[in-house]
Design a protein around this ligand. Sequence first.
Ligand code: PLP
Length: 373
Amino acid sequence: MIYADHAATTKLDEAAFEAMKPFLLEEYGNASQPYSFSRKIKKALKTSRESIAACINAEPEEIYFTSGGTESDNWAIKSSAFVHGDLRAIITSEIEHHAVLNACAAVERMGFPVAYLPVDSDGIVHPSYLKENISDNTKLVSVMFANNEIGSVQPIKELCEIAHRHGALFHTDAVQAVGHLPIDVKALGIDMLSASAHKFNGPKGIGFLFVKKGINLLPFIDGGAQEFRKRAGTENVASIVGMAVALKNSCSRMIETTQKLQRLEKCLLQELKAAKLDFILNGSYLKTPGNVSLSFKNADGEMLLHRLDLMGICVSTGSACDSTTTNVSHVLQAIKVPNEYAKGTVRITLGCENTEEDVLKIAKSLEKILQRH
Ligand code: PLP
């Protein structure tokens, strides 16, 4: 099998797995207990928090462990909406993941005005679009760091500055970016950032929300005193430890992984061009490494996905969470991919385990399916 759907999820880093094992089998104590058996567990949580914070230049007490990207997004948006008991506005973009879009839709139903910023044909939220829509009545701007379908990376620093000029907070869904792109929350001015471990070779069902010190964060789950009294429930220690190891490894290998993935992308595109296939490459020149979203003229993305599957290749049509619908995704609609191309879209997301042989096989298989069609 060739796995080329790394934006959907990734394989667990073996070092992360090894680091997790003792916390599943031997060090199973509850971190909240005062006896010495729990000391190691408490220490593991502390060092994991420190290690994760260092990867994005945050402080350890600014990291809150969650169950993943969806929870982090919901927490950031709903806490910002509800915290001051007023109905000030929220601004997001048209190309967000459904974790953000549906959290915004939920607060919109409660009376909070929500504006959805458009993007250009590369999938970029221009700072000018935000300037036109923001006012001193805006309480939160939430724009993703990098898009999950087409990989476009947003001008986060500029967007942050505009939000702050109007007294609004800035949240970014960085699920596709953490561990793949350099992120310095202090230099960028980010107030809140969502991340998910399974997108950077960590375990599934664990993630974190970065919240800048001083921000009034409402508890997301009420109960015990865990996570600074903001997110109750016994900690998922093994997964937290695995997430910290996976993130550290991803960050330390970032430059070489990026170079490798860019080489593989180039090889794939050259092969497809040489075969004279008619396609559009979606996204901007600044994108997450390994993301190749292609729209083939007069093709059917669903058919391509299933034919590739029969050939042992895993890719996606649009967003992974969209795979049950056959409609053109909201992202492809927002970047206005012409209809005769949009329906024939496949998202190939390469990862560090992929090889040149893999991408040549993907290209040859696409060639075979499309030329026969
Ligand atoms: N945000 C983005 C951009 C994503 O790509 C995803 C997952 O596909 C999520 C949020 C949801 O993350 P999780 O699967 O950890 O809930």
